[in-house]
Design a protein around this ligand. Sequence first.
Ligand code: ADP
Ligand code: MG
Length: 527
Amino acid sequence: MENNQSVDEVNVSDGGYGVKESSRDQREALPGEPKCVICGRYGEYICDVTDDDICSLECKQTLLCRVANKGMRVTPVPPQRLPATDECYYVRESDNSSGYQDYSSDQNELVRRKLDINVKGDAVPAPILSFSSCNLPQRLLQNIEAAGYGMPTPVQMQAIPAALIGKSLLVSADTGSGKTASFLVPLISHCANFRLKHLSKLKKPLAMVLTPTRELCIQVEEQAKLLGKGLPFKTALVVGGDAMAGQIYRIQQGVELIVGTPGRLIDLLVKHDIELDDIMMFVLDEVDCMLQRGFRDQVMQIFRGLLQPQILMFSATISQEVEKMVSSLAKDIVFVSVGKANRPNKAVKQVPIWVDSKKKKQKLFEILMSKQHFMPPAVVYVSSRLGADLLSNAITVTTGIKSLSIHGEKPMKERREIMQSFLVGEVPVIVATGVLGRGVDLLGVRQVIIFDMPNSTKEYVHQIGRASRMGEDGTAIVFVNEENKNLFPELVEILKSSGSAVPRELINSRYTVGSFGKGYKKRKHGS
Ligand code: ADP
Ligand code: MG
């Protein structure tokens, strides 16, 4: 990099006083001067790993620590002495307020390697290291800052610039790693820019986001509203349970984005004449679920009604089968994956316990009544709606802890209220079916209890993912027994690769042992 200087040069240009060690040594920023991204003091230096303004070695350490932790919010580490050579530092030469980053491809690769970002596809743009470096509308940048997003997470670093130049994407990244903003930021930017350029009274929708559950749609729409505040960007929520008349009216008034579940959306499109020819972005959140039987036909029916939009697809669990399936949806899809695909979030500690079905309730009550083990607010996952109702009642009666259930049979209004009382802390335990398994951002939840194992390890990865957002530590207590035998081989592999203890019964089960043998042979043949 051209203006990168050695530590000697730094010393000279710093009047011979050396690089500021601590943020306390740095002065406050004057109006118009760059500010340290960590502490807000004068950003005298630029970190050449992230290209962010920083004031001192101390803040640089904190910044690098955040990057290494994949953009998570971490508590600043105490200052440490850096090596004498100054590999990661250069002094501000001229104002870099445009934030433009001119990385050589070696540097792109370095950033990708450090953050475990893998890309496949043609002409994939460089990862961005700050939101301000990709020409977003000023108001959107302000909204991003107001949302508390200091710097992009790794998935955002790569997905946002690629989506901004119009690439269709298939992206896999951990649960809780910031995938929602990875599609909302470029989507809002495109919509707002389009409206500013094409001033027309007739406002047909410009983008569509489909997700598998109402809860997730509600959340995505809320985040879209937050990030799109003050811009020509309106949203409509199209989910079952809410009156369709209101949804239609809103769309007819002119919206930029429709967020919905496939079933209700088709219902609405069939019954009402909504012009979709301006839709330029089509997002499938939880894409693997959206392309499973049950949803696939509906999704494809909607997609076929559009005029070859840019398509953005996201999930924490993407199989090769899904990769193959999406290849036919758009040309030149860019594949992005952050970290290891289909693996549980590393921040969630998995605690599998072997419990016979008859003893599961008793075990759950013991956990909930133990000061040491119960960490409210907690989600308990079960496999049936009736089971959710019965178990939540039993929890309240037996332990005295307030518990409610949430599942697809409850009216939307009630589901909203239950979520609200759970998230504000009035109800410490919620018993849920898969409706809360994917995507929903359960802020504050650090514990999930898998009472009934889901049908697949994919859903398992999503459910335990609810215990951590942005890399904060969480725990998943997982009840397993003979009834889950078809999942044993994959589950053991997941537990082992995450460094979790595996119950003896699970390892020694004839299902595990037998299937491992088969799997092992298969891989050998394949290689
Ligand atoms: P995912 O879809 O990958 O499961 P979400 O998009 O729901 O994850 O994001 C998880 C949490 O992280 C949310 O609370 C979101 O507001 C927050 N978040 C997203 N991006 C950032 C960022 N750049 N900085 C800080 N927090 C972020
Ligand atoms: Mg998500």
